[in-house]
Design a protein around this ligand. Structure first.
Ligand SMILES: Cc1cc2nc3c(=O)[nH]c(=O)nc-3n(C[C@H](O)[C@H](O)[C@H](O)COP(=O)(O)O)c2cc1C
Length: 357
């Protein structure tokens, strides 16, 4: 039932599983954890402001940093000005991304005024954006949409058809409305309806938390690929598990030691990279990831009580040393931080992307 691959024009995605863009989560560090574990065919950046990129705002350009082992990778843009979106897409192409994606799903108040799911209420403007971005780049163009603004205006099929007619080459569907936010259940029948309406690949998204859910989504909607968001943060092995499940009908559950190792490894990467929001990232990840580890509430408490990334790392290392001697190892605390392996050397690349600042 799991397709081995799908194609966005000449770009082969294998396996047919995509990491969903998640603001504040799917930066280069997290994406490489996912790629390293295996089973994920396509990575995506978190959504990135087209206005920020074209103003060469350092903070925004940082979101577009990626490393070679992340290919294939898509950059997701948001914005509502067709010319600015086109210019930003050109910059993404110049940076070496494999595809560019337009965000038509973000429900946040400050975003819907200038893009995101707000565009689902203005299809003439959306058409202009699609046309402008399509003309601007040669790399594959994709979109990711919600079902509509509210339950009275479900436009997913209409928007997917419009997009296809203009040359958009794949559509990811998160079948909740903007007004729903993340409440209620994703209505997978909308994914099925979009799949029936267009010939381009349809990527189904929403509420997959186990391999069995992915299998059911493929079966119920006939989608070409699945996209996974929140479950990837609480269980980064989910892509690997889906692959195993597709091949054998069963999958391995990570042990507590596996979870400890992954958490420490990820925290060490954040510590070494020293991104501006490193402490926030560590605390946020602890919320997602520690619920299924033994004494997780104590682990979250010591993470949230700490003030620096070094303090979080050493608290967590002590916690784990107390629980599993096997995890004891050399600590990078105090190691040199002048290099920034996550965000690369402090130099400009491509279209003036400023890294690690
Ligand atoms: C913390 C967080 C940040 C998100 N940021 C983005 C984003 O930048 N772009 C986007 O298209 N969707 C974003 N989403 C939505 C997810 O990509 C996905 O559509 C949604 O979480 C449903 O999938 P899931 O049930 O697998 O999590 C975000 C979701 C979460 C939870």
């Amino acid at each position: 039932m799991f397709p081995a691959e799908y194609k966005i024009r000449d770009l082969t995605i294998r396996p047919a599983a995509v990491l969903a863009p998640m603001a504040g989560v799917t930066d280069t560090l997290f994406r490489r954890v996912i790629r390293g574990l295996g089973g994920c065919g396509l990575l995506m950046t978190e959504f990135t402001s087209s206005e920020g990129i074209t103003r060469s705002a350092a903070k925004t350009l940082r979101y577009l940093y990626f490393q070679e082992d992340e290919h294939p990778i898509t950059a997701q843009l948001f914005g509502a000005n067709p010319a600015v979106m086109a210019e930003a897409a050109r910059m993404v192409e110049d940076l070496g991304y494999d595809a560019v994606d337009i965000n038509l799903g973000c429900p946040a108040k400050k975003v819907v005024k200038c893009g995101g799911s707000g565009l689902l209420r203005d299809l003439p403007l959306l058409e202009q954006i699609f046309c402008a971005v399509r003309r601007a780049v040669k790399i594959p163009l994709t979109i990711k949409l919600r079902a509509g603004w509210d339950e009275k205006s479900i436009v997913a099929v209409e928007v997917a058809r419009l997009a296809e007619s203009i040359g958009v080459e794949a559509v990811a569907v998160h079948p909740r409305t903007r007004m729903q936010g993340y409440a209620g259940r994703a209505d997978w029948s909308i994914i099925a309806a979009v799949k029936q309406a267009v010939k381009i690949p349809v990527i189904g998204n929403g509420d997959i938390s186990r391999p069995e859910d992915a299998e059911r989504m493929f079966r119920e909607t006939c989608c070409d690929a699945v996209m996974i968001g929140r479950a990837a943060a609480s269980n980064p092995w989910i892509f690997l598990q889906m692959q195993e499940f597709a091949e054998t009908g069963r999958y391995t559950i990570p042990t507590e030691a596996d979870r400890f190792r992954l958490l420490i490894d990820y925290y060490r990467r954040i510590y070494a990279a020293n991104p501006p929001d490193g402490v926030g990232k560590m605390k946020q990840f602890a919320c997602w990831f520690t619920h299924s580890v033994g004494n997780g509430s104590e682990l979250r408490r010591i993470v949230h009580a700490a003030r620096t990334s070094g303090e979080i790392l050493s608290n967590v290392e002590s916690f784990f040393e107390g629980r599993a001697a096997a995890l004891a190892g050399p600590s990078p605390v105090g190691a040199g931080r002048s290099e920034d392996p996550a965000y690369g050397p402090r130099q400009r690349v491509g279209c003036e992307a400023t890294l690690g600042t």
